[in-house]
Design a protein around this ligand. Structure first.
Ligand code: HSE
Length: 343
């Protein structure tokens, strides 16, 4: 049996979902893998709760939901730096801050500092992956640590891991995907009579799947981020987020909505990454898909991806709905992989 202590930075929807899911799964992780995972520090804004004997996670989650912050929780202390966490026996850091598209901060600075002192990094915050994934992975390799990215590129829908493992050295020609569960939920709900855009978005927010700023979902940013992270590694390392052509679902023409309501076609927010000469292009836009399209049957907040490879043909994965538990489970998978790699 081996123990692996980790810290969580960010106690919003994603952080709390991880804490609750962890409580449900830690016994089976121990039984199946012989690893005792221990969440011993939670950083919320500038404050931190730390206890090497383990934290009362359900109570902390309820407190945060009641009061909006942990700062008044008894025994709170100032947030520790990653090197201080390391010296308290912590080996992994989960970053669950809201994604900052502009420069990835403050997550990126924390991610660099965590790897500098040898902590494993598990990302739910997509900012550091969008801005610096190759740099972070090189830094991790230098110190024998790892970077978990499952929750930045689809969570319950496996994407980057499949590309890196299953495709091996095969050439990838294009990626076509529905990668934002919130938008898919909204587009599915809008087909139902009497459901408004605001009702559908409110449902996604209640489910805890919309981003803190839901414009990231409905204006196509979230799809674009995920696709740029995927496409950079495989199609074009120089691909920039600024070059993405992006249209969201906030100003859908009534004609399109009517077709989706009355006809057999369905609306999907689709991202495409493809080769254009030596470079790659990423385009995100709503499209009507016909019943023979593999993305047609996606229900609720389900997602899907098709990888096209001259060497291996097409591979479509679908399902992987966005959900609190799906994200938490993806984070736990990355933590477990990090802990196993250290043995
Ligand atoms: N907001 C995202 C979605 C979940 O709706 O799919 C996190 O990537």
């Amino acid at each position: 049996m081996r123990r692996y202590d980790f810290a969580l930075v960010g106690f919003g929807n994603v952080g709390r979902a991880l804490a609750r899911h962890f409580v449900e799964r830690r016994a089976s992780v121990l039984e199946r893998f012989g690893i005792e995972l221990a969440l011993t520090a939670i950083v919320d804004r500038d404050a931190m709760v730390f206890d090497p004997a383990g934290l009362p996670l359900a109570d902390l989650a309820r407190w945060k939901e009641s009061y909006g912050a942990l700062v008044a929780w008894p025994g709170m202390q100032p947030a520790a730096r990653p090197d201080e966490l390391r010296s308290r026996g912590i080996e992994g850091l989960v970053l669950a801050l809201p994604t900052n598209l502009i420069d990835g901060q403050p997550g990126l600075g924390l991610a660099r500092a965590a790897l500098d002192c040898g902590l494993d990094l598990v990302l739910a915050d997509k900012g550091p992956a969008l801005h610096a994934l190759p740099e972070l992975e090189e830094a991790a390799a230098r110190v024998g640590a790892s970077v978990g990215t499952s929750a930045t590129t689809g969570s319950a829908l496996p994407t980057l891991t499949v590309l890196r493992t299953w495709f091996g050295a095969a050439r990838i020609d294009s990626i076509r995907a529905v990668l934002n569960g919130t938008s898919n939920l909204i587009l599915n709900r809008l087909r139902q009579p009497g459901v408004s855009y605001a009702d559908a978005l409110a449902e996604a927010q209640r489910e805890g799947i919309a981003e803190p700023d839901p414009r990231q979902d409905v204006e196509g940013f979230d799809t674009a981020i995920k696709l740029v992270i995927l496409a950079r590694g495989l199609l074009d390392p120089a691909l920039t987020f600024a070059s993405v052509e992006r249209r969201g679902i906030t100003d859908l023409p009534e004609l399109l909505l009517e077709s989706a309501r009355r006809g057999p076609e369905r609306l999907r927010l689709i991202g495409r990454a493809f080769r254009d000469g030596d470079r790659a292009r990423v385009v995100v836009a709503p499209e009507l898909v016909s019943p023979d399209d593999p993305f047609h049957p996606l229900e609720g907040a389900e997602k899907a991806v098709t990888f096209r490879s001259a060497d291996l043909g097409d591979l479509t994965l679908s399902g992987g709905a966005s959900s609190r538990t799906g994200t938490a489970s993806a984070l736990l998978r990355d933590l477990l992989a990090a802990a196993r790699a250290r043995r």
